[in-house]
Design a protein around this ligand. Structure first.
Ligand SMILES: *[C@@H]1O[C@H](CO)[C@@H](O)[C@H](O)[C@H]1NC(C)=O
Ligand SMILES: *[C@@H]1O[C@H](CO)[C@@H](O)[C@H](O)[C@H]1NC(C)=O
Ligand SMILES: *[C@@H]1O[C@H](CO)[C@@H](O)[C@H](O)[C@H]1NC(C)=O
Length: 354
């Protein structure tokens, strides 16, 4: 009967569909009533069943394996807490929204323990900082996006190995190498995890982007194909390490707490940026432009691949290393603000020089 609908039949259509909807509605109500008659169901149960359904699809989508029934119900409880947190947040009309992702069954403590201090910020002496842009009247484009220029590799997932410093610095090297005229090639994050200990990094327990550049300045870096990601820290494979695929000659720190300085650096190429990603904002981020729910205490690193000053609010676009399913296909947009910047993005950033 619905196939016959045409715009001309307005009045009778409305009437017919009203009847149809009422019939369907009563059927649903009856079905719901019958199915729940034995358990004296209330609207609260109905809501619970919907959330249980959502939890089941979450469990299968992210291959969650809970060892006991007790854990299953504990995870369900956390998931439902987060679900209602997400709903309340999304009803507030912010510049961004939250959603379900691989972290939705974790408590705040679990998430922050796993992600805390995965970058270890060295002391930085501000006195010998040099501004990236020598000319103060340098005109930068109002919009930059390196992902549209074929010089950014696909989003990866660090999993349980706390190595965002390596993903962000290696991502910056991949892009710089490509922008310098070489082929875009995925470089080995695993080599950094396994081999850069003597340069101050600590494998899956954290490290720092400039330590990574220093390692690559000295040793070069091989490809992901030759020295692939394992998800764990292993012994340095020196035979693979010797098969150098890309090199850099140096790196630059971007002047801290200055949006113009970071934009200017991004206009040259992708920049490794340190951020505060412990708070609920990042954990639940699904899309839009983050402008709240994070602080300024650095605990994570991502790769800034662009910015847009024409948008309201203006934003940086960053590639994260939490898989392509997180955020906007693995990316996050962060509003541009003065000083330390949203989530501290302007506090400590750097880029390699080929
Ligand atoms: C998710 O729920 C857990 C348990 O109630 C809580 O610790 C955590 O903070 C919640 N996450 C968010 C983002 O609300
Ligand atoms: C860059 O900053 C780091 C700290 O983040 C510091 O250790 C290093 O000396 C600085 N390097 C340069 C070239 O300024
Ligand atoms: C920020 O950096 C820009 C470009 O590097 C420079 O022209 C400007 O003076 C800096 N602003 C502040 C407040 O330091």
């Amino acid at each position: 009967m619905f196939e016959e609908i045409s715009p001309k039949t307005n009045k009778s259509l409305l009437k017919n569909s009203f009847i149809a909807l009422s019939v369907i509605g009563s059927l649903c109500f009856a079905a719901y009533f019958i199915s729940s008659a034995n358990s004296s169901a209330t609207p609260v149960d109905f809501q619970y069943n919907l959330e249980l359904e959502e939890f089941r699809s979450f469990v299968s989508r992210y291959n969650k394996n809970y060892k006991t029934e007790e854990e299953y119900y504990q995870r369900l409880r956390i998931f439902r807490d987060n679900l209602s947190y997400i709903r309340v947040f999304n009803s507030q009309g912010q510049t961004w929204y939250m959603g379900i992702n691989q972290f939705s069954d974790l408590t705040h403590e679990e998430f922050s323990t796993a992600h805390k201090k995965k970058v270890s910020v060295p002391e930085r002496s501000m006195s010998n900082e040099k501004p990236v842009a020598a000319a103060s009247n340098l005109q930068i484009p109002s919009q930059v996006d390196w992902t549209t220029k074929g010089c950014v590799t696909p989003v990866q997932n660090e999993g349980d190995c706390g190595s965002p410093y390596a993903f962000s610095a290696v991502g910056a090297i991949e892009s710089a190498w490509c922008i310098a005229g070489h082929q875009l090639v995925q470089l080995s994050v695993q080599e950094i995890i396994d081999c850069s200990g003597p340069f101050g990094n600590d494998g899956c327990n954290g490290g720092w982007m400039t330590n990574t550049y220093n390692f690559v300045i000295k040793n070069g870096i091989t490809s992901q194909q030759i020295y692939p990601t394992t998800g764990n820290q292993g012994k340095c494979n020196t035979a693979k390490e010797k098969q150098v695929v890309a090199t850099i000659s140096g790196y630059a720190n971007v002047t801290a707490n200055n949006a113009t300085a970071l934009e200017t650096a991004i206009a040259i190429g992708p920049v490794a940026v340190a951020v505060d990603a412990i708070e609920a904002g990042w954990r639940n981020y699904k899309g839009g432009i983050i402008s709240s729910n994070c602080g300024h205490s650095i605990d994570h690193a991502v790769l800034a691949v662009g910015y847009n000053l024409n948008n309201s609010p203006p934003y940086y676009k960053c590639k994260n290393s939490w898989g392509a399913d997180w955020g906007e296909a693995g990316y996050v947009r962060i509003s541009i603000a003065a000083g330390a910047g949203t989530c501290g993005i302007q506090i400590d950033s750097s880029y390699p020089i080929v």
